[in-house]
Design a protein around this ligand. Sequence first.
Ligand code: ZN
Length: 278
Amino acid sequence: MPELPEVETIRRQLAPHLEGRTLLAMEVLDARWCEPAAPVELEDAVEGRRIERVARRGKYLVLKLEDEVYLVMHLRMTGNLLLATGSEDPRYTRVRMNLESGERLVFADVRRFGTGVVLLGAVARDQYFDSRLGVEPLGDDFTTDALRELARGRRAPVKSFLLAQERIAGVGNIYADESLWRACIHPLRPVGTLRRPQLDTLRDAVVETLEAGIDARGATIDDFRNLDGAEGSFQDRFVVYGREGEPCYRCGTPIRKLRVAQRGTYVCPRCQRRPRLP
Ligand SMILES: [Zn+2]
């Protein structure tokens, strides 16, 4: 599933192709993509408008069109955005957007969990995101103090806390494991018991992990591809994720796999001390 670095990679690749161009026509071929809205509602709202900016919030990709019209898309499990030029659509095309440049932006999605919504005005956009997403981990607001405020008094395992999009936006299973290994914190540790220096380390580890993912143009697992169809390379740089039985890069202890928050979770049992049960 694409996480923040994969969506940011797509955003960076799309921006030069889309910004300043007019979106001539949109065809939603799969009505499930935008339900409960009807395809024609979205099409009417965006057609003929210039794309001012390609933005991202958490794992959402946002096309800001003129007159404060926002097309907000989520890739979910297997969604992808591709630029097509020939007459053939990529496989599993669900939405097609024709640009004045002659290029075509295509939302392809084999499992059809991806979504699109149109929001009119910045107020509607902010309400939409505020009800779903917490602090942006690569933004200025993601400070140790902010993290401490979010964690205060919570008994939830730190990994579940990192995965909760309404607290921190954009961190998923892989980047959570990678961040916790970097910070030497066990995923089952109740987040409210982390001391300030640990929160400081965790904050930096989350930022460094996400930035490393963006530098590698995302990780390719399952179906994620970059805009040009190329695979990202972050999966070759995982420090702990998917390395069960292999030696920890810090201490050589074999990495173990457990289940936390119903997700496969990788830890170094020596570097990341399991919390004592109360
Ligand atoms: Zn270790």
